[in-house]
Structure formats: structure tokens, C-alpha cells
Design a protein around this ligand. Structure first.
Ligand code: ZN
Ligand code: ZN
Length: 386
């Protein structure tokens, strides 16, 4: 009995398998094009809540929001300071310190960003937020020395791994305290939340995603760059878009065909509608890999800020002139400010390119003014200069 049952099952099973195989072949047959298509490259996290905007007429003319793009050489180090009305109970204008990245130098003696904060009277101040845009050492290394001198209340990064040195840095962040309370860790796009930096400031997180540039012919470094947190601050009618090292193409790719993070933001209608900004902190130090033409058209900035130095990237230095030219072609009234102002003509190298070419942006929510420096001295920009 047992063996005949087994035979009977086998007799049925064989044609079933053959049928399944036929169905698979039939499904597979018309799909050669799709079989060659690349897998999905963009993993989009759900949209995050945003802090509601304050109407610009609710902002006093004297309530200046300051954004200091500090000359740290090749890297990013940005300090944002909200206005302080002296009233800590109304939920706004509380003089918050928000830092994006810390430059490339971990030692206090070399760290131009740390020294800048000390020079501006923020000895032992509290950092309400420390944002590490992405785990490259020209962005996070300098933040190490900030941890030694400042309390950090909240920490943000895209939760992208990049080796043991960065992991050790994050471990050092985890033990930070703020008024005795543990630092609030916000790692990964879905965990960024709506920051409480004051009701006068609207915060939009626009990117911090997972894409695979390697599958598009890009490098592992491009993958890390394109994990960058992209943040937009809106203050009254004015706004500033911080790109980290987010990119739009490979160096030799067409500037008319956005890829990577720029494409992901342009392809999402909700995000694309938010890209417009008064000020753009350009992506990836103004590399040829940043700022494709469709992206520039969507942001349509009046002011472009480039944070870069004199590091030789196997030939090119950043920013790339053709990238800056794209902004001038788009809108000839665009003003471009650089933290490597004059550094090439001055013959500087990575050893001495943090030479005081700071860019300070002030906005009262109605207008935006820029104070630029070259070697610490006031420097005017009157036309679009690539
Ligand atoms: Zn960088
Ligand atoms: Zn980078």
C-alpha cells in the first residue's frame, strides 16, 4: 500500500513540476529587457514631519539668524545660531547652537572650526544639535574635538557605516550629556523627527537615503556621499539648503541627467517642491559630481556657498569651475562665495588653506545678507564668478 501511494503521488507530482517549470519559462521568456534592467536604486524612507513655519511678519527685524560657514580647509564646518530674545519660556528665539560637521582636523590645535567657536565667545557653550552629514573624515573628524569641549544635546546622522574610526566617533557621541540628560541620538532618515530648535525655524529633512551608486557605475565613496543628510531651514521668507556631499552625477556624467541623491529628490514630487532656496550650501564642495542643471533650476538660489580647500583629488581641486559656471549660466545674478577664496593664487596647500575665508550669512526672515572674508578681511562678491 505504502509504495503504491508513493508511486501515485509521484505520478501526479511529475506533471505538476513540469507545468510549474513551463509557467516560469513562459513568464521569463518575454522579459529579456527587464532581466537586464538594474534593481531599484533608491530606497525612500517615509516623509518626515516638518516644524511649521513662522510667518515672516512675526519675526522682529532685529531677529537675525546667523549661519557661519567656517573656513576649515577641505571639508565642512557650519555653525548656525538662532536669535535670542532673552525669554526661555516662549518656545522661540532661544539662541540655539546647531552645528553641521566639524571640519577635517581632530586636534584642537589644528581645528579651525573649534577655534572659530572659541573666538566667537562660545567657550563651553552647549550644542543643541550636532549633525554629521555623512561619515567622511573631512566632515566628522573635527567634531571629535567639539565633543571634548561642548555638551551635545542631540545628534543626527544618516546611520551610514564607514569603518571603525567612524564607529568609535559615534561611541564617543553616545556618552555625551546635556544638563545631565543623555544625548538624544537620531540616526537614520526615519529617526530624524521634527527638531525643536525654536518655533521660528522650519526644518525640512529632504534626503538622507540609501542609494546604490555602485550599481550605477559609481564608487563606494559616492555611496557614502549620497547618504548625506540634506536639510532645509526656512526662516520667514528666506531659506537655506544644506547639501552635505550629496551628488547628482558621476564626474564624467552629463550635467543634464541627474542621478544619485539629486535624482531621488527631483523624482519625489513632495521633496522636489521644497528644493527652492535663497541660499544653497553646494553639494560635495562644488565637485563636478554635484549640481546638475535640473537640480540648479529646482533650487534656483540667489546665493551659493562653497566650502572647500586645496586638496588635490588626483588632479582636480574642488570646486570645479564648470560646476560653478552652471549656476552663472542658469542665473547670471547668482553670487558665489567660497571658503577657498584666493587660496590657489596664494599658493596654499592642505597645510595652510584654513586661512580665514569665512562666510557668514545673516537673515531676519525678510532679507539675507552675506559677510565674506578673505584671509580674515572683508571680501565683496558683486557678480557671478565661476
Ligand atoms: Zn566632503
Ligand atoms: Zn564625503
Amino acid at each position: 500500500m505504502a509504495s503504491s501511494t508513493t508511486r501515485a503521488r509521484s505520478a501526479i507530482a511529475v506533471p505538476q513540476r513540469a507545468l510549474v517549470a513551463l509557467v516560469i519559462v513562459a513568464l521569463a521568456a518575454p522579459m529579456p529587457a527587464r532581466a537586464q534592467a538594474k534593481p531599484p536604486l533608491v530606497v525612500r524612507a517615509p516623509a518626515l514631519p516638518t516644524t511649521p513655519p513662522a510667518p515672516s511678519d512675526a519675526l522682529p527685524d532685529s531677529a537675525w539668524l546667523e549661519i557661519h560657514i567656517v573656513d576649515v580647509g577641505q571639508g565642512d564646518g557650519i555653525w548656525i545660531r538662532t536669535w535670542n530674545d532673552g525669554d526661555p519660556t516662549n518656545g522661540r528665539f532661544d539662541g540655539r547652537n546647531i552645528v553641521i560637521d566639524g571640519g577635517p582636523d581632530a586636534s584642537d590645535a589644528k581645528n579651525a572650526f573649534y577655534q572659530y567657536l572659541e573666538q566667537h565667545g562660545y567657550h563651553a557653550a552647549r550644542l543643541d544639535a550636532l549633525i554629521v552629514s555623512h561619515p567622511h573624515n573631512d566632515h566628522y573628524s573635527g567634531a571629535r574635538s567639539l565633543l571634548k569641549h561642548f555638551e551635545v544635546c542631540s545628534y543626527y546622522d544618516p546611520n551610514a557605516a564607514n569603518g571603525s574610526d567612524f564607529a568609535n566617533f559615534v561611541d564617543a557621541v553616545r556618552v555625551e550629556t546635556c544638563d545631565g540628560a543623555p544625548v538624544a541620538m537620531h540616526r537614520g532618515f526615519a529617526n530624524l523627527g521634527a527638531p525643536a530648535w525654536g518655533s521660528e525655524l522650519q526644518v525640512d529633512w529632504l534626503w538622507g537615503g540609501s542609494i546604490n551608486p555602485v550599481a550605477m557605475g559609481g564608487s563606494a565613496s559616492a555611496r557614502t556621499n549620497n547618504a548625506s543628510l540634506v536639510m532645509k531651514l526656512t526662516y520667514g521668507t528666506q531659506n537655506v539648503l544644506f547639501m552635505g556631499d550629496a551628488e547628482g552625477k558621476a564626474r564624467n556624467g552629463s550635467p543634464d541627467t541627474p542621478r544619485y541623491a539629486e535624482r531621488a529628490m527631483l523624482d519625489d514630487p513632495v521633496t522636489a517642491a521644497k528644493l527652492r532656496a535663497t541660499v544653497l550650501k553646494i553639494g560635495h564642495h562644488g565637485s563636478e559630481s554635484s549640481s546638475t542643471n535640473p537640480f540648479i533650476a529646482a533650487v534656483d538660489p540667489e546665493i551659493v556657498v562653497v566650502s572647500s580647500g586645496r586638496r588635490n583629488f588626483n588632479g582636480p581641486f574642488l570646486p570645479d569651475r564648470t560646476t560653478l559656471q552652471r549656476f552663472c549660466t542658469h542665473k547670471p545674478t547668482t553670487r558665489i562665495y567660497r571658503t577657498d577664496q584666493g587660496d590657489a593664487a596664494e599658493g596654499r596647500t592642505t597645510a595652510n588653506d584654513a586661512d580665514g575665508d569665512h562666510i557668514v550669512i545673516r537673515t531676519n526672515g525678510k532679507t539675507t545678507i552675506v559677510e565674506a572674508r578673505q584671509n580674515g578681511q572683508p571680501f565683496a562678491v558683486s557678480s557671478c564668478t565661476p
